[in-house]
Design a protein around this ligand. Structure first.
Ligand code: MOS
Length: 751
């Protein structure tokens, strides 16, 4: 029986719970010094003076690195001449010619402050406490300038972002004006979502160590290759001289998908101080210099015929960005793929503020965009007096409405059916406020979940040793997602060995190159490479056995031989067999290896690849206090072939829980007078705790996809969060009759 699909415990679980998993800040490096960043306290201006001298006299202080003495970095010579930065995740802005290679990094090359909490100095000391103490006492005087921190004013100067692949600023099909004119039901709705900050348990952390001109970075990242590229560009050195190591990530969620200032600052400080430097962000420092989900304002217009067919959909998004670099929260992406409307128009615009550069946060665009779209669909269902599931079925997109090509697979109809059945949706009475339990208002709401099935090129190698053990390697990452486990399963299955014999190595630029672990693409990208490398190893092993006169398989054709459980055997006569370990041993003990480089073929031109799901939510609302409890969530998903039922379930559940937080709790509270987060800590930044989470029921459908990759697997990292906030908002409406179009849905908005 294949190990694929089994709900195996994660292979790194014991290491993690016993404290033996080495996270970035925990690597033991001799002569290590401690760095602490100092962040700006104004949103815009220039640094007039820094009192370095008094801090330099403090105990243990080795270096105070400011714009006055920081290592001068090579400047970008000409726009467009640099190599692709940060694993393809970074975005660039044309007017940055005088900046260091990556415009979004604040690397102390000048005295300018462009947002509050921008890195302006690094203090290095012999202990963490000395560094922190000195950093807190560093006195900085500013020449402040007036900052743009008013979103309404920023909206008067909207910018159209540079087009990016899969992120066009404007899209359309059909004639929206004409279709809208024929619509008998028209809605024009405005939804807003707040800024949110990433809060992985492990904050950003880097240890930088130079040996001559060789740089090693122990960095908590979703992209070791991206960190290496950014470092090579920043310092103007050969990538081959840089090694990035990251065996464990204590949560990433997008904030570790690109390389931020602190990584380069640690390397600069290490170079200047002449010792390895560890730089860990304090929790408060996670709010500003390392990205955030931007705030969005989304206008949705829906036009439908009397019988519930969508005729026109428009989705116009404004999201906040920074003066340092641009980031687009592509909320319209989900709408372009969602329903079979005869016409559609979308736009993405940017409102620029003196804030840190926003970035990818779990399902960037799809989570915030699905809140607006799926809320609007519920509003339309009420306007038309049809069941919300029915309305979605009536507008089911049988093929990709954007590209007009078939889906590689789509089980959404089945997701609606299974989800509704498990939830008991048929018992719902549509009238708001009609389902009470005593004085508690009960609300049932639902939404569609959706996320693209991404894939990028990846490499892997596999080696089988004389003792029958297998080493599989790829420079990918495990963000707590289960990569170690899933890749071992894929390799074991492809090679025909027991999974307990497989060791998987990841998180090192010395390993075969893998893409950023973002966009839910790790299994679909690295999985095929691992599969192919294991197959290549197996084929070599079989060839070795067939050519070995001492093997019982000698003389057979390769096609006549199969492998399982560490044995090669004749398909015709399974008793005629040879153990893999014996084959390697007789071959002089020389390990047998295979390598692979896997990428998408042209299937993506012929088939649209997307994962879908349906999510159903029950809320209980206290009519006097406006407090909301989510008592039940049922999700049904079509995510292709599931490699590990347990880790995939955990990914979906984690996404759903985050969706609950997005719906009811999460918001970075900015003091817009100064552009600084005031709830920059885990006490005031609310995320769901166990007591906030009711029952979560997840079904992963049996979905076969022949086109997506040889494993048939779509990603599961991000789809879980999509749709949840809308389903909650729709349930709240069903309970109370109130439409809350502004996240999060806090009690004050209900009473
Ligand atoms: Mo994910 S936001 O693409 O790491």
């Amino acid at each position: 029986m294949s190990v694929i699909g089994q709900g195996m415990d994660r292979l790194d679980g014991r290491l993690k719970v016993t404290g033996q998993a080495t996270y970035s800040a925990e690597h033991k490096i001799p002569r290590l010094a401690y760095g602490m960043m100092v962040l700006s306290t104004i949103p815009k201006g220039r640094i007039a003076a820094i009192d370095v001298a008094s801090v330099k006299r403090m105990p243990g202080v080795m270096l105070v690195m400011t714009h006055q003495n920081a290592l001068r970095l090579p400047k970008q010579k000409e726009e467009g001449k640099t190599e692709g930065s940060g694993g393809g995740k970074e975005q660039s802005k044309p007017d940055q010619k005088k900046q260091p290679p990556n415009p979004k990094l604040s690397l102390l090359q000048d005295d300018r402050v462009q947002y509050n909490a921008q890195p302006i100095a690094v203090v290095v000391a012999d202990t963490f406490e000395h560094a922190r103490d000195a950093a807190r006492r560093l006195n900085v005087r500013y020449a402040a300038e007036s900052a743009q921190l008013d979103f309404r004013k920023a909206k008067m100067q909207l910018r159209r972002p540079e087009p990016q692949p899969e992120r066009p600023p404007d899209t359309g099909r059909g004639n929206v004006g004409r279709s809208m004119a024929r619509a008998s039901q028209k809605l024009d709705l405005l939804y807003t979502t707040p800024m949110e900050n990433h809060n992985p348990l492990e904050p950003h952390a880097t240890i930088a160590a130079w040996e001559g001109d060789q740089l090693t970075l122990y960095d908590s990242t979703q992209n070791v290759t991206g960190v290496r590229k950014t470092a090579a560009q920043t310092f103007g050195i050969d990538p081959e001289k840089i090694r990035v190591v990251c065996p464990f990530v204590g949560g990433g969620f997008g904030c570790k998908g690109s390389t931020w200032s602190h990584v380069m600052l640690a390397a600069m400080a290490s170079r200047m101080a002449g010792v390895p430097v560890k730089l860990v962000l304090e929790r408060t420092q996670m709010y500003g210099p390392v990205g955030a989900r931007p705030l969005t304002e989304q206008r949705l217009q829906l036009g439908a015929s009397e019988d519930g067919k969508l005729l026109a959909v428009t989705h116009d998004t404004v999201s906040s960005t920074s003066f340092v670099d641009d980031f687009v929260e592509p909320c319209t992406a989900v709408t372009r793929k969602a329903y079979a409307s005869e016409s559609l128009q979308t736009s993405q615009r940017l409102a620029t503020l003196n804030i840190g550069v926003p970035t990818y946060m779990r399902a960037p665009g799809e989570s915030s965009g699905s809140f607006a779209l799926e809320s609007a669909m519920d509003e339309l269902a009420y306007a038309l007096k049809v069941d919300p599931v029915q309305l979605r079925l009536m507008n089911y997109a049988e093929k990709d409405p954007e590209k007009d090509i078939p889906w590689s697979s789509k089980s959404l109809r089945e997701c609606y059916r299974v989800g509704a059945e498990r939830f008991g949706w048929a018992k719902r009475t549509p009238q708001p406020g009609s389902m009470r339990q005593g004085r508690t208002l009960v609300g049932w709401g639902m939404a569609t979940a959706s996320y693209p099935a991404n894939r990028k090129g990846a490499k892997a190698s596999a080696t089988i040793n004389a003792d029958g053990s297998v080493l599989v390697r790829s420079g990918t990452h495990d963000l707590g997602t289960g990569t170690y486990t899933v890749m071992a399963q894929i390799a074991a299955d492809a090679l025909g060995v027991n999974v307990s014999r497989v060791r998987f190595e990841l998180g090192d630029t010395r390993l075969p190159e893998a893409p950023v672990s973002g966009g839910s693409q790790t299994v679909a990208s690295v999985g095929p490479a691992v599969h192919q490398a294991a197959r290549a190893t197996r084929d070599k092993l079989i060839a070795t056995a067939l050519g070995d006169s001492a093997s019982s398989l000698h003389g057979l054709n390769a096609n006549d031989v199969d492998a399982a459980d560490g044995w090669l055997f004749s398909k015709a006569d399974p008793n005629r067999r040879d153990s893999m370990a014996a084959v390697v041993t007789r071959n002089g003990g020389q390990p047998v290896s295979g390598e692979a480089s896997a990428d998408q073929g042209d299937e993506k031109k012929r088939y649209a690849m997307q994962a879908f799901g349906a999510v159903f939510v029950e809320v209980h609302v206290d009519p006097d206090l406006g407090t909301i409890r989510v008592t039940r969530i049922v999700g049904a998903y079509g995510v292709g072939r599931v490699i590990n039922r347990k880790t995939a379930h955990s990914q979906l559940m984690g996404g759903i829980v985050w969706g609950l937080g997005m719906g009811l709790m999460e918001k970075t509270e900015m003091d817009w007078r100064v552009g600084r987060a005031v709830n920059a800590n885990l006490a005031d930044y609310h995320v769901p705790v166990n007591a906030d989470i009711g029952s979560i029921d997840i079904t992963m459908l049996d979905e076969h996809d022949a086109w997506i990759n040889e494993l048939g697997a779509k990603g599961v990292g991000e789809i879980g969060i999509t749709g949840v906030a809308a389903a909650i908002a729709n349930a709240v409406h069903h309970a109370t009759g109130k439409r809350i179009r502004d996240l999060p849905i806090t009690p004050d908005k209900l009473i």
